[in-house]
Design a binder for this molecule. Structure first.
Ligand code: NAD
Length: 479
């Protein structure tokens, strides 16, 4: 038998539970089934479980629907019972939410509820895996939750296996990761974790004819990094804080570009071509959002403070991020002179492209501010309109496509970097707008294409492009 087949066979049939069926839990459960394991995905939200059992996908993620159809009812089951799932599993991944508490620290109540349930379901050795993002020392804390209920340390191991998937590319991120980090303190748990991920570590998954195609550009084989549980917990918080830092850094540089008439795109090309820095995450915009960066930066700050270590750089990352949105609002005000009563078209509601997630979305925060200033907003997003409605209700109107949103608007605002927006017919957009003004909070367009379309173009960290008054249509207001 060849090495690949051997690894593939070895990885099959592990009994696994994944607790939490959100963006991480559902993707992890589905991908673990795709790797050949038998998975029970659990959620306390019975409506979610009913919908998943009925064949719904619940979240917008590439390839997820296809993999769910492939494994649902065979390798992948759904349940509302943590205890029943845990009793039938050797390995239990905890993938519940870990939101921010009011003081920025992590609210671990969902993790605690799961740990309490697990304490009542121990019927043999189990590996309990922290997939949720948690502060350093949580593995000890989960361990204590079980030992305090009379379970001997030999009955279980708690492992930290942080998740690095990005919404929008979650499935391929899980199946073709840059790295897999496993923080375990026993040989037994270390071996079981290696077995779970064997088809990814040795590349045998990618060789299967049915494998989800590897994303382009081709990724190298993942690094498999084994650490202590504390280091693994710290790796996740430090990684997200560093990525947020990179975004805030480039946004601060973009603001300075605006002060001196430089162009952030040119500056980024120059910075990013240094192999020590790299081009990733050097995109200026209206700042980071989502369910991870804001809360993880705050959580990292809180946990460092708790241990007596001051890390003010983390405060500055957040301050710059918030300033970036305020700066964009000032730009809108400047472009329209007054904004009260203006009709604005907004493209993008999700916190980033490729997802329907609007949690902590900069787009939603910008809209909330513009509504406070009495603007009327018509928005379009390819995937996130239903979720946005849950937050914004009927306070804005929703369009069926970007052109319908633009019709009769005083300006067009781009707030999420959906690839679809880059292909808009700008001449048609100009015809539809009441004033030919575009404010691009994500630098989706080049200045050359905006100039060609005759649109006044405000972007981030680049000089403003003013449309010549002679190009304005009759009846349009010159700025
Ligand atoms: P989510 O809110 O989408 O999903 C969490 C799920 O857990 C919900 O469906 C909820 O009903 C369920 N849940 C809560 N308590 C439960 C309990 N006691 N028993 C069973 N189910 C319970 O959250 P998410 O975005 O999937 O994030 C989960 C964790 O993963 C968080 O710690 C997050 O920081 C981390 N993470 C998220 C991402 C991401 O991109 N979303 C990436 C990496 C890591």
């Amino acid at each position: 038998m060849c090495g690949i087949c051997f690894a593939w066979r070895k990885a099959r049939d592990m009994q696994i539970s994944v607790i939490g069926s959100g963006y991480v839990g559902l993707v992890a459960a589905t991908c673990l089934a795709e790797l050949g394991h038998n998975v029970i995905c659990v959620d306390s939200d019975s409506a979610k479980i009913a919908a998943l059992n009925a064949g719904e996908t619940l979240i917008h993620e590439d390839c997820l629907q296809e993999l769910l159809s492939r494994h649902r009812g065979t390798r992948l089951l759904f349940s509302t019972s943590v205890q029943e799932a845990a009793r039938n599993s050797l390995v239990i991944f905890i993938a519940v939410g870990t939101p921010s508490a009011d003081d920025g620290s992590v609210d671990l109540s969902c993790v605690e509820a799961v740990a309490r349930s697990l304490a009542g379901a121990m019927n043999g050795y189990k590996v309990i895996v922290e997939k949720s993002t948690v502060p350093v020392y949580t593995s000890e804390w989960v361990q204590n939750a079980l030992t305090s209920k009379g379970h001997a340390q030999a009955e279980f191991d708690v492992v930290s296996n942080p998740e690095f998937l990005r919404e929008g590319t979650a499935v391929t991120d899980f199946l073709y990761p840059d790295r897999i980090v496993v923080g375990a303190s026993s040989e037994r748990a270390t071996g079981i974790m290696r077995e779970i991920y064997a088809p990814l570590i040795d590349g045998s998954y990618a060789q299967l004819p049915s494998a989800v195609p590897k994303p382009e550009p081709a990724r190298p084989m993942p690094m498999y990094i084994e650490t202590s549980p504390r280091s693994a917990e710290l790796i996740k918080h430090a990684s997200n804080a560093f990525l947020a830092l990179k975004i805030s850094f480039i946004n601060a540089v973009a603001s300075f570009c605006e002060s001196v008439g430089a162009n952030i795109e040119e500056v980024c090309r120059g910075i990013g071509s240094d192999s020590r820095i790299g081009p990733e995450f050097l995109r200026a915009g209206i700042g980071y959002g989502g369910s991870c960066f804001p809360k993880d930066v705050a959580a990292f700050r809180a946990v460092t403070h708790e241990f007596g270590f001051e890390f003010p750089l983390l405060d500055e990352i957040k301050r710059i991020n918030e300033e970036q949105r305020a700066r964009f609002i000032r730009k809108v005000r400047g472009a329209l002179r007054t904004i009260k009563g203006k009709r604005l078209a907004v493209l993008g509601l999700a916190f980033k492209d490729g997802t329907d997630d609007v949690r902590e979305s900069p787009a939603i925060k910008v809209i909330e501010q513009l509504l406070e200033e009495k603007c009327q907003i018509t928005a379009f997003d390819p995937a996130a309109m239903d979720r946005a409605r849950e937050i914004l209700n009927g306070r804005i109107s929703y369009a069926t496509d970007p052109y319908a949103a633009a019709e009769g608007a005083d300006a067009l605002l781009i707030l999420t970097e959906w690839k679809e927006f880059a292909n808009l017919d700008l001449v048609r957009i100009k015809r539809l707008l009441r004033s030919p003004i575009v404010l691009d909070g994500r630098n989706v367009f080049s200045q050359a294409e905006m100039a060609e379309a005759g649109l006044t173009y405000h972007s981030i960290g680049r000089p403003t492009l003013e449309v010549s008054p002679s190009l304005l249509k009759k009846g349009q207001s010159a700025r």
